[in-house]
Design a protein around this ligand. Structure first.
Ligand SMILES: C[S@@+](CC[C@H](N)C(=O)[O-])C[C@H]1O[C@@H](n2cnc3c(N)ncnc32)[C@H](O)[C@@H]1O
Length: 209
């Protein structure tokens, strides 16, 4: 079972890598089955993201490139009624999938997510607006990565955190050391990192201007 899974994973990554060399596009929404799968969550566990991020009740959170919202829902449960999660994605199809999930009876208590169609490179928010910003498996799909990081920094309040997570199962995987270098150049300081062979979760703090 394990070897079939690894074979499937390797094949998926190889085909995707090939396609990514030829064309540039955001992850198609039909691949949501993989993004939302239990296998993917084993590789990039929500628990690790939640722990490293130190997300708390009452926070105003931005999930950039939220996709179908597999992690967004978890964030919304933690921040509770006193907080709010803004789920932003450039593809309306992804947002529709998230909205569909929110209509399910088991999610009826989650009323604190706002979905927004937008671009990571031009975030439609005021400066110093968020307590926490997430970029989970998104950076690799963004052409101008430093600009996306600058935008994340702009919308964060001083001393608040940006959390970046990547998994090698993503054909757009971004190396941890590259993320670390760009974030430091842009005005973040590394705070905490969790990693294993398959993925990492890195928290950075916005330095004061
Ligand atoms: C691999 S999926 C990850 C989804 C989600 N963060 C997760 O980890 O389950 C990447 C998502 O980023 C979105 N995306 C890519 N480029 C973007 C951009 N410039 N602005 C906003 N969203 C973007 C894609 O539409 C896609 O939904």
């Amino acid at each position: 079972m394990k070897s079939i899974f690894l074979l499937y994973l390797a094949l998926l990554v190889l085909v995707s890598l090939l396609l990514r060399r030829l064309y540039e596009f955001p992850m198609p929404s039909f691949l949501s089955f993989w993004i939302d799968s239990k296998w993917r969550k084993k590789l990039q566990p929500p628990e690790a993201i939640i722990e490293v991020s130190e997300i708390r009740k009452g926070m105003r959170v931005l999930d950039v490139g939220c996709g179908p919202g597999g992690y967004t829902l978890e964030f919304a449960k933690v921040v509770g009624k006193e907080g709010k999660v803004y789920a932003l994605d450039c593809q309306s199809e992804m947002l529709k999938r998230l909205e569909k999930k929110l209509k399910k009876p088991e999610n009826k208590d989650i009323q604190n997510i706002e979905t927004i169609r937008g671009d990571a490179l031009r975030l439609p928010f005021a400066d110093n607006f968020f307590d926490l910003v997430f970029l989970i498996s998104v950076l690799g799909e963004v052409r101008n990565k430093k600009k996306a990081l600058r935008e994340a920094r702009r919308v964060l309040k001083d001393s608040r955190s940006l959390v970046i997570s990547e998994t090698i199962a993503d054909p757009d995987y971004v190396l941890k050391r590259a993320v670390e270098r760009w974030c430091q150049e842009i005005g973040f300081e590394p705070v905490r990192c969790w990693s294993n062979f398959f993925s990492y979760v890195y928290r950075f703090r916005k330095k004061w201007n």
